[in-house]
Design a protein around this ligand. Structure first.
Ligand SMILES: N=c1c2ncn([C@@H]3O[C@H](COP(=O)(O)OP(=O)(O)OP(=O)(O)O)[C@@H](O)[C@H]3O)c2ncn1[C@@H]1O[C@H](COP(=O)(O)O)[C@@H](O)[C@H]1O
Length: 107
């Protein structure tokens, strides 16, 4: 089976935009607006963090999937392309996180 990617998920989310809300959970979230998607993202992130602290690997795997799905929906709701996020991550590979943190202290 082909590996499922975040690009695949973003394409799926794109395909649901504008569909009738009673036919798709994604369409319903998008119809409800960015605040609803962002609220769900926050809830799922907290649930993932709790699973991580508890060392519950199975729950963390499931909650992490929820976080990524709701992040992609939130990006769509605010019209931020996933490609822009990936480009930002790509730019950050130019320096280590520690170097970036140290540089921030001097600005
Ligand atoms: N990956 C996901 C995904 N992850 C989580 N969820 C939904 O996110 C919701 C989160 O669970 P909660 O219990 O917190 O939510 P809830 O109480 O049902 O929701 P609210 O009433 O709070 O909004 C559940 O309804 C999950 O089904 C997802 N819904 C859809 N997808 C993907 O999107 C595709 C398209 O789905 P539809 O848009 O429904 O066609 C699916 O085939 C999946 O690939």
């Amino acid at each position: 089976m082909k590996t499922f990617t975040l690009d695949d998920l973003a394409a799926l989310v794109d395909s649901r935009a504008g569909q009738p809300p009673d036919t798709s959970y994604t369409a319903k979230l998008l119809a409800d607006g960015p605040a609803k998607a962002a609220k769900k993202l926050g809830e799922e992130a907290v649930e993932a963090a709790i699973a991580a602290v508890q060392g519950d690997r199975k729950a963390l795997t499931s909650e992490a999937a929820d976080v990524l799905y709701h992040l992609i929906v939130t990006l769509k709701a605010v019209d931020v392309p996933l490609a822009d996020v990936m480009a930002e991550l790509g730019r950050r590979t130019a320096q280590s996180g520690l170097a970036e943190k140290a540089a921030r202290r001097h600005t």
